[in-house]
Ligand binder design. Sequence first.
Ligand code: ATP
Ligand code: MG
Length: 427
Amino acid sequence: MSEITAIRGMNDILPSDTACWQFLERTIAAVVDSYGYAEIRLPVVEKTALFKRSIGEVTDIVEKEMYTFDDRNGDSMTLRPEGTAGCVRAVIQQGLLNTPQRLWYTGPMFRYERPQKGRQRQFHQTGVESFGVATPDMDAELILLCATLWRQLGLLDAMELQLNSIGSADARKAFRAALVEFLQERVDALDEDSQRRLHTNPLRILDSKNPQTQAVLDDGPSLEDYLDEEAKADFARLCELLQAAGVKYTVNRRLVRGLDYYNKTVFEWVTGKLGAQGTVCAGGRYDGLVAQLGGKATPAIGCAMGMERLVLLLMEQGAAVTAPVVDAYVVAVGGDAQCLALAATEGLRLQLPRLRIVQHTGGGSFKSQMKRADKSGARVALIWGEDEVAAQTVTVKSLRANDGERAAQVTVALEDLETTLCAALAH
Ligand code: ATP
Ligand code: MG
């Protein structure tokens, strides 16, 4: 029969990589916790209308990247392409907006994109969102949280923070008109994507990676000149706060982000170490989104980091994330030995829950079980054979050469197993 394989762009994360993932997930959970953020868990599927209304009809995501289908009832559903929309939907629906909220979530997201390094169709994001605070100290906190996380992960030196303010919706509207007017006269010099975007999402043209398009933009209107006073003041204050905290940043006046809901502060953490997929974390303010989705007007800011890209970066940096070692491998030859070993091992797991103890399963000779013990990488073998059963003892054998000759192997009474094992592992 032919083999059924995974869907393109939806990857297995193999045991050899999960230690790195777990290190990343643990570190994130600890850092967001230390800033007082609470975890929220959200559905993977939402009504399609939620994403259309929040992300925007003419964005790349909604136009061509969503996994949308009708359920058996004929209702249109979408696998979430990002987390903010669902999070906003939840805080409105669950009545969480009476006080400021600091929330985070993590999980799979889905976008129909061309798979490549750092770009999948099922990928994972961790998002951090704050609701109810409009002042730039909140923006600074979110950015500082990211910086702390990069430091804890050993990635801070690999990251550059790019920062911009895109102002109010009105400011963007005025800028957009000026930009379109300017670019329409130079449309032939633009790359194909940008020509298309001129009529759908012209601000995205600022994001174009095409050098010729960027050169055209050099003489064009600058978003900075269209910012309202409040956005200007907030941005200046954010910069001041970041400087006071010692966070380095680059102001990138062409940073606009691909989703419609942002206003004022937008930022990206970028690395030069992942090729074209260099943006590791992106976010910004979205003060209008809660009202746009039917909630009472509530300022908000958030960001999302791409977990695959962070894992790639950790591996690239040679982060010392190793799979946990097996502490003890339990060898038991014969039916009676198996009974004794099973009970003793369960006792050890209760007393020493942090140890990794692997019980041999599947029977076999002493020799074949010891071979497996060696292969498991265990530091110590706990052995029950005929002699041990008769004498109610257990043999504790060191399997690593560098564990020294001294305690290479001892046979002790069952009640001394715990201390003998601890001593053997302490070498
Ligand atoms: P890009 O420009 O790389 O497509 P984006 O602007 O679409 O990114 P966001 O929607 O802001 O990305 O998502 C935040 C982060 O999630 C990105 O910076 C990236 O790290 C990660 N991300 C987004 N799409 C993917 C994907 N298809 N595969 C892996 N990670 C992704
Ligand atoms: Mg994208």
